[in-house]
Every structure is written in C-alpha cells, then in structure tokens.
Design a protein around this ligand. Structure first.
Ligand code: AMP
Length: 538
C-alpha cells in the first residue's frame, strides 16, 4: 500500500492508544507541570488551528526559540502535521546568527519562551519575514511583551483540527541550522519520512530501545538536532516524557532523575562530568533507575562510561551522529557474546562510537578517495548514506561539496572501523595533529587525560613546531579542589604508560575552563587563537 510515512500517522495512533500517559515540564521554583497525552494532543490540534488562522500555509516555516517543554513538543507536531515546517532556532547563538538564520529560513511565525524576550527584543526589527511572535510563559504570572500573541490564549480560542491534510512523506517536516564554527550556519531539512523512520530506528532494542515503559528526560536541547529526535520517538511509543524547562542545571537534572525514576536521559559528556562531580559529594541521590544514557555530540571519555555503569548503576550508551544525520549514525552496544569479556576489553569497546544503526550505510575513505578496509587500523573520513541523511543544505548551493560524486555524505569525521563494524573516531579532519608525518589523535589524548582523577576537562590542540610541523599542547582544567596543586608532571606521568611516547604533549598548560561553542562542545578555534604564539620549550 502506498502509505505515506508522516508524523500524523503515529500522532493519531498515540492519542488513541496512550491517552492516560503523562508528559511534563520543569517550572523553576514550582516543580513539574504535568498533563496527559490526551490533553497534549488536544492542545497540539488547537495550535495547528491557531496557526492556520494566523495565515500559516503549507511549506511555511514556523520558528521556535525555546527551551525544552511540552509546549515546544506541541509545535514539533502541530507545524509539520498542518503541512508547515518546524524550524528550531538555537537560542545560544550570537544575535547576528539568530537574525541570519530566521531571515534565511524566512520564518513566518516565531514561537518563543517569554523568558527569552531579552534575546528577541534587540533583533525583532531585523527579522524581516516574521509576521507574528507568539509567546509561551515559562512561569505563572510572567508578563508578555507588547505586540506579541499569547500562546495559551490562542489555544483556548481555537477549535482543534480533526481533519489533517494528507501530506507527501517527502514533504519537509522540520529544519535545523548547524552551529558551524566558520562561515554562516547551514540549514538542514528533515522530511516526514526521515523523522518517521528515524523514530522507528530509535525504538529498536539494539539502538536506544525507546519504549512505552520509558520515562524520558529531555536535556539535549530541542533546538539541537531536535534533541536527537528522541521526542518524536517518545510520542511514537507513548513514553512518559519530561522536559528540562528553562536552562536546567546539573542539580536540576539529578533531582528530576531521582524524583521521577527517569529511565532514559541523553546529554553531551560535559553535562555528565558535572553531574558526576555532584554525585561524588552527595551520595543521597539515586540515579539507578536510568537504564540508558545516550551520550554523544563529542567523544565520551572511557572513564565516564565506567563510573556511571559501576558506581551509579546507570548504563551509558555511546552514540555518534550529526545534525545532517537527523542525527543517528551509530550506537555502541556490546554484542551478546562480548558481555562475558573482561572489564578491560568491554569498556575499550564501549568507548568506541559503535556500529551503524540499521538504515545507515557507512564507509571510511582516505584523502585520495580510496575506501579503507575495516581492520581497526586504517583511518579515513566517515561517509554515510541513508533515508535520514541530508542530501544538501537549504538554499545553499555550496553545500553540494558535502556530497561525493557517488552520492555519499562527507561527515568530516575521521575514524577507523574494526572487523566487527565498531567505529572509532580519531578526530575531525581539521582537528588531527600531524607530527613528523604521523597522526596523533587529540581526542584520544583528551579522553585519556580526562580519566585522571584530578582533572575536570582537557582539550588538546595542535601547535606549530619547527621540527615536527605540529605538536600537541594539552590545555587542562583541574577540578576546583586541585586547582593549585595539580602539576604538569602528574599529567605526563599519567599519560606515559597509556599512549605512545611521541604522543606525549610538549606542554601541559592549566586553564580556567575549556571554551565551548553554543552547544557546549570544545571550541578549539578559541584555544588555537589563544596559543598561536606558543613556542616549544628548549
Ligand atoms: P552536531 O551536528 O553539532 O551534532 O555535531 C556533529 C559532530 O559532533 C560530528 O560530526 C562529530 O564530529 C561530533 N560527534 C558527535 N558525536 C560524537 C561522538 N560520540 N564521538 C565523537 N564525536 C562526536
């Protein structure tokens, strides 16, 4: 049967099958605001009607500037199901980037958290295509800025849509802009089909295994690759879903996991490093309800995987992907016959990025375009293809360079793949250190250094060297209690038995914090700039 794979299909099933299941959002100082799926679905259908009344038509972009909330999830479904396109704007970007993105996407309507008005106000006049700004209150009693529309009032006044338009599965459902470190951000468009299939693959037992029994806490921002698209999988399965609300801090996350017996909560490594720091000091928190912590966005240090597993009983699942991949590419599950391996070997595997999820084809290719063998040693750029991989960038002809002549997407990540398909990322193309003609993995050095018990964070960058062309410089942030006592020699002594001798950084320098991009990744560009005048010690 020619059954279009659209979000409407599983939204309608879920509203009938799981009406009693619960969603909720953290309201600071109040607790969790909860509602049933039945109420949420009704609100979603009202929002679609309200948007139509405001003149939103098929193909129009509906922007959001918002934290994670069940309201944001209402837009996630209302906009695509009425034929419009959900465009989640990254609120951590600089004002000029937000302006560029909204104008480039030509958003017609912007739905924003009232608490984010200070971001919007200064740029409002520059948002050329935005006809209406709809404000969502984050807390009771919040004032709405003049000239904006009240989200709740719009919902109250609208009659819910009952007859959704029949869409083509290749219609655009959503779009996100990548937080490129150079040049303008680039837009990635997701079709209904891509999100539909991605939601099913996220529900497979051997990937995230999202199910009705899960209590999901959304910490990955809904403006970053659709919170890894987990909210869609949550609705598909009727899972209990809680949203972190405005700017959740590590302590908020711990409290929600403990109080709500959360089973599934993904986040980037930085977040888990901070959570571990609190849990170490405050043993009263119990996070053992968590069956799966998908961790990715940057390489998860092996030490972290081991600690969460052994100390807190919360299993981490290393995953790799990117905005252009909706984002799932690989997950790192041990195969059944690996469970009996000694710890040393198990964690060495779990620290890899894992193997391709069903639906994604993956290969590594060297600089000359030759496909490399899966021998665990040969490295090359990862190239991917599949039904949820971007085939280009929105209104950006230069983006075609991201595709190979035979139609694969170039990820810019460099990896080796072993004979069982496990991918191990060694670096990004621009981030390898080439010393005397041989590669050093800055990622490997960082994750090893971050295994040192006195280290909070570490970033390793390439610095120019007269003899070797490049050498590694380690920029280390000690844990606060070791700020004045940790020495460079301790780091080098820790590294010495763990890496090749010539990999040892030429210098270990201590810094206050590793600079981060808007989505919390290490911003090595800033470090490279800071240490560009670095000279090797004699
Ligand atoms: P983004 O599109 O912002 O999500 O960034 C995607 C990029 O983050 C990938 O191309 C990788 O360079 C990096 N990344 C994502 N997940 C991982 C991971 N598990 N390990 C190492 N790098 C990762």
């Amino acid at each position: 049967m020619d059954y279009p794979l659209t979000l409407t299909q599983f939204f309608e099933r879920t509203r009938r099958v799981y009406p009693k299941k619960v969603l909720g959002t953290r309201v600071p100082g109040v607790g969790l605001e909860k509602l049933t799926y039945a109420a949420w679905a009704d609100r979603t259908a009202r929002l679609a009607a309200a948007l139509a009344r405001l003149g939103v038509k098929k193909g129009d972009r509906v922007g959001t500037l918002a934290w994670n909330s069940h309201r944001h999830l209402e837009v996630y479904f209302a906009a695509p199901m009425m034929g419009a396109v959900l465009h989640t704007v990254n609120l951590r970007l600089a004002p000029q980037d937000i302006t560029y993105i909204v104008n480039h996407a030509e958003d017609q309507v912007l739905i924003a958290d009232a608490s984010l008005w200070p971001i919007l106000e200064p740029i409002r006049k520059d948002l050329k295509t935005v006809r209406h700004i709809i404000m969502m209150k984050n807390a009771p009693g919040e004032e709405l800025p003049p000239g904006s529309l009240d989200y709740e009032a719009l919902l109250r006044e609208a009659a819910p849509v009952t007859d959704w338009p029949r869409l083509d599965e290749n219609d655009a459902a959503g779009m996100c802009y990548t937080s490129g470190t150079t040049g303008h951000p680039k837009g990635v468009v997701y079709s209904h089909r891509a999100v539909y299939l991605h939601s099913f693959v996220s529900s497979m037992a051997d990937t995230f295994g999202v199910s009705e029994r899960d209590v999901i806490l959304h910490i990955v921002p809904m403006f970053h690759a659709n919170a890894w698209c987990v909210p869609f999988a949550g609705v598909l399965n009727g899972a209990t879903q809680f949203f972190g609300g405005p700017n959740p801090q590590p302590r908020d996350i711990i409290e929600m996991i403990h109080n709500e017996r959360v089973t599934f909560v993904g986040a980037v490594p930085t977040v888990w490093i901070a959570i571990h720091a609190i849990l170490e000091k405050e043993p009263q928190w119990d996070i053992s309800s968590v069956r799966c912590i998908p961790i990715g966005g940057s390489a998860a240090p092996r030490s972290l995987l081991e600690i969460f597993d052994k100390k807190y009983g919360a299993n981490m699942l290393h995953a790799w992907g990117m905005t252009e991949m909706t984002p799932l590419g690989t997950t790192c599950r041990l195969k059944s016959y690996m469970e009996a391996l000694p710890d040393e070997e198990r964690y060495a595997i779990k620290a890899k990025q894992g193997f391709a999820v069903a639906g994604v084809d993956l290969r590594i290719v060297d600089e000359a375009g030759r496909e490399q063998p899966w021998d665990g040693k040969s490295v090359g750029e990862i190239q991917v293809r599949g039904p949820w991989i971007a085939s280009g960038y929105y209104n950006n002809p230069a983006g075609a360079a991201q595709l190979t002549a035979d139609g694969w997407f170039r990820t810019g990540d460099v990896a080796a793949i072993d004979s069982e398909g496990y991918v191990q990322i060694t670096d990004r193309t621009k981030d390898l250190i080439k010393s005397g003609g041989e590669w050093i993995s800055s990622v490997d050095l960082e994750t090893t250094i971050m295994g040192h018990p006195k280290v909070l964070e570490a970033a390793v960058i390439a610095v120019p060297h007269e003899r070797w062309q490049e050498r590694p410089l380690a920029c280390v942030v000690p844990k606060p209690e070791y700020k004045d006592s940790l020495t460079a020699q301790e780091i080098l002594d820790y590294l010495a038995p763990r890496v090749a001798k010539w990999w040892l950084p030429d210098e270990v320098t201590f810094i206050e914090a590793v600079p981060k991009t808007s989505v919390g990744k290490f911003d090595k560009k800033v470090l490279r700039e800071r240490f560009k005048a670095w000279t090797p010690k004699a």
